[in-house]
Design a protein around this ligand. Structure first.
Ligand code: C2E
Ligand code: MG
Ligand code: MG
Ligand code: MG
Length: 289
């Protein structure tokens, strides 16, 4: 994939990359029409008491020739293109339907959807979100959580803040994804009505060996507590990660050490069976204040 900042020395090369993009867009549009996109769901859990507090929807492309493709392989191809918003709406629609089906069998969970900066900044975002919610009257709006990157608010913080406020009036809440990797400005936290802060997995991965990452993590937890936001740790891969997070006062987590993203059909049984590691249940959580 050619990076945005590549210089195109020859027109022929430029032409090829433009045509390449056209072809990719057409192929993705076709895949969407043919039902090749699918979702996986990764649970968010309370590390100590074992409650499954939600799930995150993650898109996959079941490509007929190339197999199951991760989003890093196809999302960059539609970045800032109307197809990006189209795919985003498809995901929200699918997730609302899935929440409804789970509720019908007794699994009532908030489910989060990743929303791209481009999609969030569309002038009709809120109106179209209302339309999607209206298509699923059986699903209370507060079961939908939208995960956005800090960078989504970079272009126009005031506008982003308005969108979040309006969504909150409808009942939809937000999470700031990959927190700590962007500007992590205190102003964002003050202005953006996000209920959750998701600590980027890089800090969790490195906190056991790197005192600076640990310090960043502690700083984020202190901030989140001062701003009364829920913190979710991403990338919890080992029992040790969980122990350390609990000792730091972070109780909600997501990661391969708890569960890999799974097909929707597997989540009800997984939720019924999951128990935290006994050492997590026994680890006392320090109160942050
Ligand atoms: P994200 O929202 O930060 O999602 C977390 C990513 O980390 C997921 O990768 C997940 O599978 C992976 N992950 C979870 N636990 C662990 C762990 O313990 N260790 C490691 N190494 N990785 C873990 P995935 O599914 O490949 O998604 C990558 C990114 O693509 C997401 O990052 C999100 O930014 C984007 N994305 C995924 N689905 C969608 C979607 O439906 N719409 C949009 N706009 N973006 C999406
Ligand atoms: Mg996310
Ligand atoms: Mg993330
Ligand atoms: Mg990420």
């Amino acid at each position: 994939l050619a990076g945005k900042n590549h210089y195109h020395l020859f027109d022929a090369e430029q032409d090829r990359s433009v045509r390449g993009r056209h072809e990719s867009l057409a192929r993705i549009r076709q895949g969407l029409a043919d039902g090749e996109f699918t979702l996986r769901f990764q649970p968010k859990v309370h590390l100590r008491n074992g409650v499954v507090v939600g799930a995150e929807a993650l898109i996959r492309w079941q490509h007929p020739e190339r197999g199951l493709l991760l989003p890093a392989l196809f999302l960059p191809l539609i970045e800032a293109h109307p197809l990006d918003a189209e795919l985003g709406e498809w995901v929200i629609d699918q997730v609302l339907g899935q929440i409804g089906r789970w509720r019908a069998i007794g699994l009532d969970l908030p489910v989060s959807v990743n929303v791209s900066a481009y999609h969030l900044q569309r002038p009709d975002f809120v109106e179209r979100l209302r339309t999607l919610l209206a298509r699923h009257p059986e699903v209370p709006a507060d079961r939908l959580v939208l995960e956005v990157l800090e960078s989504s608010a970079l272009v126009d913080l005031a506008q982003a803040a308005r969108v979040l406020d309006t969504c909150r009036e409808i009942g939809v809440s937000f999470a700031l994804d990959d927190f700590g990797t962007g500007y992590s400005s205190l102003t964002y936290l003050k202005r953006l009505a996000v209920a959750q802060i998701k600590i980027d997995q890089s800090f969790v991965r490195d906190m056991l060996d790197d005192p600076e990452d640990l310090a960043i993590l502690e700083g984020i937890l202190g901030l989140a507590s001062a701003f009364r936001r829920l913190v979710v740790a991403e990338g919890v891969e080992t029992v040790e990660h969980g122990i350390m997070l609990l000792q730091l006062g972070c109780e909600i987590a997501q990661g391969y050490g708890i569960a890999r993203p799974m097909p929707a059909a597997d989540l009800p049984a997984w939720s019924a069976d999951w128990r935290p590691d006994p050492i997590w249940s026994a680890t006392a959580t320090l109160a942050h204040s």
